[in-house]
Structure formats: structure tokens, C-alpha cells
Design a protein around this ligand. Structure first.
Ligand SMILES: *Cc1c(COP(=O)(O)O)cnc(C)c1O
Length: 379
């Protein structure tokens, strides 16, 4: 999709906030603990290349995580040299391509390892595939679940020349929740896997997404997979308090493109669902659900001139209407997420308003919105 640059709706990304959040976490780590910045899904909507470049220039980030091979290749093509780990499944037929780009893959099952051996035995190169072996300790997504599988994987990895085992990892399903019981169960299962592989001298052991790093002391990890918190958001929404300050990096802004006075009883938008309660100033914004501003945002309050203004009527595909506190001219800036004259619309609050998590809001912002980068401190 083409970026709509001749329209005043845009995402502002504060790169200094990302640097600050990274530094906050790195300051808590031991010397032998490394941080990989998670930049999958276009860096949670912030722009993968720009965030990866920032991470690389920071000198405190040791690698990057993405979710698929194409995201990894995009970064390599942009000149990123940091180690890159693909966290999700990659068809073993693409291992030669991953090797060509120096990209580490996740071994997601025993059959993946077997297929991968087959592919590599037929490949012309003898460069090993660098893998991180995923243990499913209870997330139920990808990974090797049973001890019998772990033992078979171990024997395959120790007898075949095709792999370099760079990491062993798992993912916790409830690290962002008050109740720790399921994390404890997953930890005990991963401990068993650690025992099985204990004599293999694996460089990286990792269990920590943002939530595990923030609230579980990065349990047994010498590598942190740091995503949501790097962007300044609380992975738990509002359930758990942050152990240190995070600065949100993303704002969503637009401008008034049309304004009019409507009389009491007049209707607004598809379905005529809103009726003016008195004479009201109604403005139109050039942003809608095709940009990721979900229809469920009807009734949500944006900030204009430092005051709250409700989205009235249904959000359209490309536009939405707001009720102004008073008459304002075309071109007046409007903040949908972020700060405006000391008022702040947090993405956590916005997510709660539409009944989802902050992750889904930021990943859902479409490529139609230009990303504008702000960096004062720089490197
Ligand atoms: C997305 C992802 C992460 C990052 O999670 P955050 O909650 O954003 O820190 C870490 N590990 C895996 C396996 C993931 O898929």
C-alpha cells in the first residue's frame, strides 16, 4: 500500500523514547545478559528498518527478532548487520536462503529438524544452519513438548553436522498476569528441558519477552526478547505496575479537514447513529478504519486544542467525525493517541476502550499512514 503523504494523518515515532526504554532495561541486566530487540510486524507498527537501525547504532542491543524470513531479509537488504533470529516457523526448504542472508532460525518441532537435515544434506554448501531450539513448555503454539522429542532432537543435533545450536528457548503464556501459577508450571517444564541439554554448551538460553523481563527477573535468560516495552507500552495493559518508567514512542495525529455547525437533532455518519444534542460544531478527520482506527472507536475521545472531543457517529473507512468543544479552523491538529497540550491519550487506555490489548492497536495501524521520526538526542 502506498503511504498517503498528502494527507495530514500520520504516525509520529519518538526514537529517543525507544532509546530510553532500551537503556532502562539494559541497565537492569547483568553483564552476561543480552538484549534482542523484537522488530516483527514492522516493529509493532513503528517501522522495522528505522527501529532496527536505531537498535544497531545504540551499541546496547545484541540482536533482533522477527517473525518470518521476509521480515529478516528486509532488514538485511536495508544494511542491518546485527544477528537476526526468526521466532516463528520457516519452511526448511528456505534454509539455504536464510543461510545466504546469515539469519538464525527457530527449530519448531522434531519434524522440522528432520526435514531441515534432509534439505541440508542435499545442499551444495556445508555451512550449518544456525538454530534456536524452541521448547513448548505450555504456550501450546510451536516447539518440542515431550521429553522423548527433546532426546531425539539432542541426538540428531549431536550426530549431524548440519546445525549450529545457538539457543534454547521457551515462551510464557501468562508472564503479564498477577497470577504466577502457570508461569511456575512452565518454568518447571523448561527446567527439565534445560537438564536434557545441559551438557551441550548452548550460548543462549532464553525465556523472556518484555513481561518476563519486567516482572520475573528475566528468569534464567541470558538473552531478553524485548518487544512491547521497548515501544514504551505496558505488556499487561493496566494489570501490573511497571518496575521502571517507560516512554511511549508512538503518537497518532491528524488535522481537521472540514468543520460545520449542525442543529440539534441532526444526524452524523453511516446508520445515522449519532444525533446532535444541541447546536454543535462537528469536524471531520481524514482517518478511518482502513488506517487502523477501528469502528469500535466510535465514542472514543481524541484531543483537540488540549480538550477532549468525542468521535461521533460511526467511523468510516477513510474519515471520521468529532464533536468540537468550540469552533476551530480547518488545519487544527488532532491527537488520537499521544500528548496534546499536557493531555495524554495512552494506547493502553485506547486499547481498553475497544476491548483489546495495546499490541493489537499499534500493529493494526496501516501502511497508509506515513511514519515520521523524531530524534533530538541522536547518536
Ligand atoms: C513477539 C514475541 C516476543 C516479544 O514479546 P513482547 O511481549 O512484545 O516483549 C518475544 N518472544 C516471542 C517468541 C514472541 O513471539
Amino acid at each position: 500500500m502506498i503511504e498517503s503523504i498528502h494527507r495530514p494523518s500520520r504516525i509520529i515515532v519518538d526514537l529517543d523514547a525507544i532509546s530510553y526504554n532500551l537503556a532502562q532495561e539494559v541497565a537492569r541486566l547483568d553483564k552476561d545478559q543480552h538484549l534482542f530487540a523484537v522488530v516483527k510486524a514492522n516493529a509493532y507498527g513503528h517501522g522495522a528498518i528505522e527501529v532496527a537501525k536505531l537498535a544497531e547504532s545504540s551499541n546496547i542491543v545484541d540482536g533482533l527478532c522477527v517473525s518470518n524470513l521476509d521480515e529478516a531479509i528486509e532488514l538485511r537488504d536495508a544494511g542491518i548487520c546485527l544477528p537476526i533470529l526468526v521466532l516463528s516457523y520457516v519452511n526448511p526448504n528456505f534454509i539455504p536462503l536464510a543461510n545466504e542472508y546469515n539469519i538464525m532460525l527457530t527449530a519448531s518441532s522434531l519434524s522440522w529438524l528432520e526435514e531441515a537435515s534432509d534439505v541440508l544434506s542435499k545442499a551444495k554448501t556445508n555451512k550449518p544452519c544456525v538454530i534456536h531450539l524452541k521448547i513448548d513448555s505450555g504456550m501450546g503454539r510451536i516447539g518440542l513438548r515431550e521429553e522423548t522429542e527433546w532426546l531425539k532432537a539432542k541426538s540428531l543435533l549431536t550426530t549431524q553436522p548440519y546445525f549450529e545450536l545457538n539457543g534454547l528457548f521457551t515462551h510464557f503464556a501468562t508472564a503479564d498476569s498477577q497470577d504466577e501459577s502457570y508461569v511456575l508450571l512452565q518454568q518447571s517444564r523448561f527446567d527439565k528441558a534445560l537438564q536434557v541439554f545441559s551438557d551441550m554448551n548452548i550460548p543462549y538460553i532464553h525465556t523472556s519477552n518484555s513481561a518476563t523481563a519486567l516482572w520475573h527477573g528475566a528468569w534464567k535468560s541470558n538473552l531478553i526478547r524485548f518487544g512491547d516495552a521497548m515501544y514504551g507500552l505496558n505488556p499487561s495493559g493496566k494489570e501490573l505496575e511497571l518496575p521502571y518508567e517507560l516512554k511511549p514512542a508512538l503518537s497518532l495525529e491528524s488535522k481537521i479537514i472540514h468543520v460545520k455547525k449542525v442543529k440539534k437533532g441532526e444526524k452524523i455518519g453511516y446508520g445515522a447513529t449519532y444525533e446532535a444534542r444541541g447546536d454543535e460544531w462537528i469536524a471531520t478527520l481524514p482517518i478511518g478504519y482502513a488506517d487502523g482506527l477501528l469502528r469500535r472507536f466510535q465514542g472514543y475521545e481524541v484531543i483537540v486544542d488540549g480538550q477532549l472531543a468525542e468521535i461521533v457517529g460511526r467511523v468510516c473507512m477513510d474519515q471520521c467525525m468529532i464533536r468540537l468543544p468550540h469552533k476551530l479552523p480547518i488545519g487544527t491538529p488532532v491527537t488520537i493517541f499521544g500528548e496534546n497540550q499536557k493531555r495524554n491519550n495512552s494506547i493502553e487506555d485506547a486499547a481498553e476502550y475497544v476491548g483489546t490489548i495495546n499490541y493489537e492497536i499499534i500493529c493494526g495501524l496501516s501502511d497508509r499512514l506515513p511514519r515520521i521520526y523524531r530524534q533530538v538526542e541522536g547518536n
